[in-house]
Design a protein around this ligand. Structure first.
Ligand SMILES: CC(C)(COP(=O)(O)OP(=O)(O)OC[C@H]1O[C@@H](n2cnc3c(N)ncnc32)[C@H](O)[C@@H]1OP(=O)(O)O)[C@@H](O)C(=O)NCCC(=O)NCCS
Length: 216
């Protein structure tokens, strides 16, 4: 929780018992006084301190003044994290292989989700300023963090970016995630429907399905 969320939580649940209320208040005050993070750990959990210290996500509630998980445009500093995230998916053939140089050149197209200093998800929206279409690519959520709508968040962020760029249509090529996109309003399309610049990039060996979505 951010301190703002914790304050809203306290207001929303005035009937909270005192232990929780006072702990949350103390955490908020500490953060406001300059402490970077406060961890509330339940005394009844066996080994809670060890679990909090030695597992990535811990077992308690973290209160901090800034968001613990942040969706933001990628920067050159994120390239290592992106490469690490997509490497296993490239090895499984789920994502097409990309070199560090290619990601570096296209870094402005990437949006990342950073959690506690780790890049746990990314998406890229490639587009050309003279065209009204864009191509989604490199959608990945770290296996430990799937199933909590992070894929949706990234897709929505890509839609927002596409609207700012006045794009009318989004394309995506997929081998194993076709239904995920269909469930989110994409339609199966054909090679001939691809704009010329995307036809050139299509790799017939991957035999990807072509999906498209018209934006309002
Ligand atoms: C696809 C992916 C980005 C979804 O991320 P996520 O954060 O788990 O997404 P969400 O939480 O928004 O959606 C989860 C839902 O998608 C479903 N789903 C996951 N992978 C799927 C797939 N390949 N095909 C169809 N549905 C899929 C889950 O079963 C879950 O369904 P539920 O909500 O009914 O339980 C993630 O599974 C991933 O990184 N996969 C590997 C990379 C990949 O396939 N990228 C796309 C390349 S085109």
């Amino acid at each position: 929780m951010t301190t703002a969320e914790a304050e809203a939580f306290l207001q929303q649940y005035p009937e909270l018992d005192n232990t929780l209320r006072l702990s949350l208040k103390a955490a908020i005050q500490s953060c406001q006084a300059g402490i970077e993070r406060v961890h509330l750990i339940h005394r009844a959990v066996n080994g809670a301190l060890l679990l909090e210290l030695f597992s990535r996500d811990g077992v308690g509630t973290l209160i901090s003044s800034t968001a613990f998980e942040e969706l933001r445009p990628a920067t050159l500093n994120d390239i290592g994290g992106i490469l690490e995230l997509i490497k296993p998916l490239e090895q499984q053939g789920i994502l097409a292989k990309r070199s560090r140089e290619k990601i570096e050149m296209e870094i402005a197209d990437y949006i990342v989700l950073e959690r506690d200093g780790l890049i746990i998800a990314c998406i890229a929206l490639h587009s050309d300023p003279h065209c009204q279409f864009g191509a989604l690519a490199c959608l990945a959520v770290h296996a430990d963090y799937r199933g909590a709508a992070r894929g949706n968040r990234l897709l929505n962020a890509a839609y927002q970016k596409a609207q700012q760029l006045h794009l009318k249509t989004l394309f995506v090529l997929s081998t194993q995630t076709v239904h995920w996109f269909i469930e989110r309003g994409f339609l199966l399309s054909e090679f001939n429907a691809l704009p010329e610049p995307l036809k050139v990039l299509y790799n017939p060996q991957r035999n990807s399905k072509i999906l498209c979505k018209h934006l309002e």
